[in-house]
Design a protein around this ligand. Sequence first.
Ligand SMILES: Nc1ncnc2c1ncn2[C@@H]1O[C@H](COP(=O)(O)OP(=O)(O)OP(=O)(O)O)[C@@H](O)[C@H]1O
Length: 311
Amino acid sequence: MENSIVRVEHLSHRYSVHWAIKDISFEIAENGVVGLLGSNGAGKSTTMNIICGVLNQTEGNVFINGINLREDSVEAKKYIGFLPQQPPLYTDLTVGEYLKHSAFLRLMPAEEVPRAVERALERCAITHFRDRLIKNLSGGYQQRVGIAQAIVHNPKFVVLDEPTNGLDPNQIVDIRNLIREIAEEHAVLLSTHILSEVQAICDDIKMIEHGRLVFSGSMEDFDNYIAPESFVIKLGRAPGKAVLASLCENKGVEELEPGCFRIYFKEDSGITEKYIEASEANDWELRDLVVERCSLDEIFAQLSGKTKNME
Ligand SMILES: Nc1ncnc2c1ncn2[C@@H]1O[C@H](COP(=O)(O)OP(=O)(O)OP(=O)(O)O)[C@@H](O)[C@H]1O
């Protein structure tokens, strides 16, 4: 990949005798949002911890901006910003004090710290909370402070572990918008379990199951994995099941309740349009039509079948 900021080569990690991840390789471009997906215990945190230099891998290499993280971790870490799942907030500090402290921890030269703190406050829209104690902020604003500490040293690579976990719907939208803004200038790697989050903010997807990388591609490629396979149609004057089944090539029709059917299809070559047209032509009184997609859990289940035999 041209202009990659992260290169992961044949990464494997073993806790005692158990391999948590095995032979993972990928690259991450200089900007955009990469979603790291996987079910519980798949190996996401292990991978993120190694990439952030928090955990030493058993095998393989990680290069951040061309620097081998293991050989020169102090230099490589200058390019990394990390928001762990539990933000490392000192809640008795004010927002300004905490960000200053975070900048010093990142070994920023003292003269650059005030400007860096201002910039992080502005980018995360928390300038007006500079003198507020962190413990007196709402969950959404505490999360913004967590993101601000991750970007205070203006890293090229920002890692966010489930950044919208526990937030209310409005806060989730705000944080997603903030992540998209950050990704205009930085590479962002985020882990999530939420399919709508992936679709809303990710440009690329890496999926790990049973410690193996089972998918790596663009959001568009990922859409093929979650292509819809069924839709539910509600009709006021429904014909019999057999009539609906005969309309197009499908994998079966299930009557859920009177007038409400789930239709399973093989490929989406305008199948819903055909049912809409038939409803109009035959006066079936179309009330509703909803296309159904697999949940992430179902996708994980499908993909994990391919990777169960890791030694
Ligand atoms: N410190 C540890 N010691 C031993 N085994 C561990 C340790 N940390 C993780 N594991 C194991 O390694 C595997 C991968 O765990 P990891 O935490 O990386 O998965 P994950 O995808 O982040 O899961 P989650 O979404 O639940 O956080 C699991 O089988 C887990 O039990």
